[in-house]
Design a protein around this ligand. Structure first.
Ligand code: SF4
Length: 509
């Protein structure tokens, strides 16, 4: 089971645009690489596969800046992000990004990283960004590992004969450490929910037969407990037993997973909602000439609707304009809250901020709706993925629309079943949607698709509350979406090599 936290993987991370996979993912991989190296880096080479997603998008989507920021310890939301490569040069750190064939490339967002520290220590790792800002370290010095930065993680390379004694030492703190043996060497890998005590570290480093020790400090709040559910069927069972709505259950879910009180969860939900609201306001007020390829339009659409100049105004259009406003900020590499990804960061705020600011919904209900959206996203991530590189736009805008539909149902007093059904039909409406971003920029068609996601969410919530009986439940719908995604050719999965990206006009923009 994936141990999914709503704040870590669904309504988050709080990040800089434009892409959670490429920008936030690159940042977390840089941060983990620095942690594994354990000393300041002096030379770093990052290699992307020519057939993967990064090769064409790493500059456009600021993977270079975000990786450098993570490596150098600059926060992703820090303004110094934009100078990260210059700061690296000033500090005498040489960072190169190259494109060449990766051996055994097993993910479209894979990268190989070779680092040399100021003290001459060398390290080679294989990493992958797996969607919504989540990352995996898949190899350390050719040893297969499965590290995520969600825990305190450690790998110990030792003589094969010493492995069992190291495993026993680590098992005092870390569940069931794994052992791999290759020739005369072994790798013992372990993850823990609490920091490894200094005394244990000293004992392991000085134990006979130990060759190298690599450590990862967690990059987000550590998951303290296994999630109570990973499917919509389990969600409905628990909600029925406790007589909870999806939002109430989501609050309990996150409190249990992170070991927080419900008050802490609500405080963090409000912090993230305020970040969404700020992005909406900033995007509506943005007066610059261009976002990336496009002129900003959200502010004008919103203002015209407010002044009754738009013949087709109303809640849907305002939610759509607000969703686009967030995407303007995302495209400008501003601060947004991924929900569930950077490319789909506008849809949920479009719905929530519209209901909060225009419809007079109290904050408490908005926060519960936000958590309901997070719970639906946690189920999607458990069964499928948020990576457009794996399953197309249906798992970005599709997932965001499903989450926002559930939020709207919850806000208007609907049951957990109704929230799940609204999420299901929102997905059903967009199944098959490809990722065909023009020129590798998260802009065309991403901005208007976020607007569509917000309107689709409100529509689906209204249909379910109004009495539409959904015959294909959320679990089956997610599974179908995932299967369709895996059938898509690579050209239509975030590589800018198909669909709208190949239109003659798109190329000329
Ligand atoms: S087309 Fe969809 S999946 Fe692709 S970058 Fe844009 S929003 Fe994300």
């Amino acid at each position: 089971m994936k141990n999914i936290s709503i704040f870590n993987q669904v309504i988050g991370p709080v990040m800089r645009g434009p892409s959670s996979s490429h920008t936030a993912g690159g940042y977390f991989i840089g941060k983990i690489a620095a942690s594994l190296l354990g000393e300041p880096a002096r030379e770093v080479e990052v290699v992307f596969d020519p057939d993967g997603s990064y090769a064409r998008t790493y500059r456009e989507q600021a993977t270079d800046l975000s990786f450098a920021s993570g490596l150098l310890g600059i926060e992703l939301v820090d303004e110094r992000f934009f100078q990260a490569l210059d700061i690296a040069r000033e500090r005498g750190v040489k960072i190169e990004f190259n494109v060449r064939k990766l051996e055994r490339a097993d993910h479209p967002n894979a990268m190989d990283i070779e680092l040399v520290s100021a003290g001459g220590k060398k390290l080679k790792i294989r990493a992958a960004s797996v969607g919504g800002g989540s990352v995996e370290i898949r190899e350390i010095e050719s040893w297969p590992v499965n590290f995520t930065g969600l825990y305190h993680e450690m790998a110990v390379e030792a003589d094969a004969g010493a492995a069992e004694s190291i495993r026993q030492k680590l098992s005092r703190l870390a569940g069931e450490p794994g052992i791999q043996v290759r020739g005369g060497a072994a790798l013992v890998s372990a993850r823990a929910r609490e920091p490894f005590p200094e005394a244990l570290l000293t004992e392991i480093k000085s134990a006979p037969g130990v060759r190298r020790v690599w450590m990862i400090q967690p990059v987000c709040p550590v998951v303290k407990n296994e999630p109570p559910l990973s499917s919509a069927a389990e969600m409905l069972k628990l909600a029925g037993e406790r007589n909870f709505s999806a939002g109430e259950l989501a609050l309990e879910y996150e409190a249990e997973v992170l070991g927080w009180s419900k008050e802490q969860v609500l405080d963090e939900a409000e912090r993230r909602f305020r970040i969404m609201q700020r992005a909406v306001h900033d995007g509506l007020e943005f007066k610059g000439e261009k976002v990336q390829l496009l002129k900003p339009s959200a502010g004008k659409i919103f203002a015209d609707e407010r002044l009754a100049r738009s013949p087709l105004g109303g809640t849907y259009l305002r939610a759509g304009a607000r969703a686009m406003a967030v995407m303007h900020i995302n495209g400008l590499r501003g601060v947004v809250c991924a929900a569930p990804t950077g490319g789909s960061a506008g849809t949920l705020p479009g719905v929530l901020v519209t209901l909060f600011e225009d419809e007079g919904v109290p904050l408490e209900k908005i926060l519960r709706g936000l958590m309901a959206a997070g719970l639906i996203g946690a189920i999607v991530d458990s069964r499928a993925t948020f990576a457009a590189e794996v399953a197309g736009c249906q798992v970005e805008i599709g997932a965001a629309g499903a989450m926002a539909a559930a939020a709207a149902v919850d806000i208007f007093g609907g049951s957990a079943r109704q929230a799940a059904d609204a999420a299901a039909i929102a997905f059903q409406n967009i199944i098959g949607s490809v990722c065909d971003l023009v020129q590798g920029k998260v802009e065309i068609p991403c901005h208007t698709r976020n607007a569509m996601g917000a309107a689709n969410a409100l529509l689906c919530a209204g249909l379910i509350i109004g009495g539409y009986e959904n015959p294909i439940d959320l679990d089956e719908t997610i599974d179908a979406v995932y299967e369709v995604g895996k059938m898509l050719p690579p050209e239509l999965r975030c590589t800018a090599r198909g669909g709208l990206a190949l239109c003659p006009t798109a190329r000329k923009l």
